[in-house]
Ligand binder design. Structure first.
Ligand SMILES: [Zn+2]
Length: 300
């Protein structure tokens, strides 16, 4: 395993304000917070607002409300909704454009302005790979398949080596019409820009991580290989589906109507397989049990 000595852990909580936060988000954020706390590291709040059309002010204020309720504190990024515009991803457009150009020059992208409907009929999507220039309003995709990326996952405790058939197929890198980076591109650029060295995300993002590893390699982000990854299991609804904001899953807002913060800490403790979950009442008790049970996750 590659170790980068003497550098404090820095992780990030990266919500997208496209809906009210749900229990799955809360579990993820609390796990990040506790692992950063365990490592005496730094924590950044990075609100993913690149997709402006979906951002609503009440969703942004919900992020601050829920983090406060969860007892989560952070030392980088906006502390209050008023500071949020100063940290907008739209201030980084120049960096995303540069990264786009690097990927284009490396021959990894192709122009595709197909609609979602056209993509479903793959014969309609036959965008050539040899067009030699692009406009900012073109959609750009990553040529696939790309070389398989592998990395050690600290949560799953194994080397991740996804099967080629599981790879994201021609993921969008630059979004047509709006001239904005996709999640994949913005995320990898931001993580390097923000000096992140610990990423904790759900198991559903394994394939996104693989794509971002490949982008980082092509962008010559040598620091990326020092990032420690943890892909945790997800909480699911009563039908076994993962929770999502767009599907209107139980919001944290709603959960709070019938549950106290102690209820949530116990819920989290059961999810994190902590012993004596039923006896945990507050954050200091949770931290105590977490530190004992997760001592293997001390990275520094
Ligand atoms: Zn196409």
């Amino acid at each position: 395993m590659i170790q980068q000595p003497n550098i404090p852990i820095k992780s990030r909580i990266a919500p997208t304000p496209s809906g009210f936060l749900h229990l799955g988000n809360a579990v993820n954020f609390l796990l990040i917070y506790l692992l950063v706390d365990l490592n005496k590291g730094n924590l950044l709040l990075r609100i993913d607002d690149i997709d402006m059309d979906r951002v609503r002010e009440d969703y942004v204020s919900d992020i601050f409300d829920q983090l406060k309720w969860l007892g989560i504190t952070w030392n980088f990024g906006p502390q209050h909704i008023k500071e949020f515009p100063d940290y907008s991803q739209h201030k980084r457009l120049q960096r995303y454009s540069c990264a786009l150009e690097t990927l284009w020059q490396a021959g990894q992208l192709f122009v595709c302005n197909c609609s979602r409907k056209q993509l479903q009929h793959s014969d309609a999507h036959s965008c050539p790979h040899h067009i030699t220039n692009y406009n900012k309003t073109d959609g750009l995709r990553l040529k696939s398949p790309y070389p398989i990326q592998s990395w050690y996952d600290y949560y799953l405790e194994e080397v991740i080596n996804l099967h080629k058939s599981d790879q994201l197929f021609e993921p969008i890198i630059w979004r047509k019409h709006v001239a904005l980076p996709s999640y994949q591109l913005a995320c990898v650029v931001d993580d390097i820009e923000d000096d992140i060295n610990l990423i904790i995300r759900g198991y559903d993002l394994l394939r996104a991580t693989e794509c971002q590893f490949f982008l980082a390699e092509k962008l010559e982000y040598s620091e990326y290989k020092y990032i420690k990854f943890l892909h945790h299991h997800l909480i699911t609804d009563e039908y076994g589906n993962k929770l999502s904001k767009s599907a209107g899953s139980t919001s944290l807002k709603q959960y709070r109507l019938n549950n106290s913060i102690s209820d949530f800490y116990r819920y989290f403790s059961r999810w994190a397989k902590l012993p004596n979950a039923a006896e945990i009442n507050d954050l200091s008790e949770l931290k105590h049990v977490f530190q004992l049970h997760y001592s293997d996750f001390r990275f520094t």
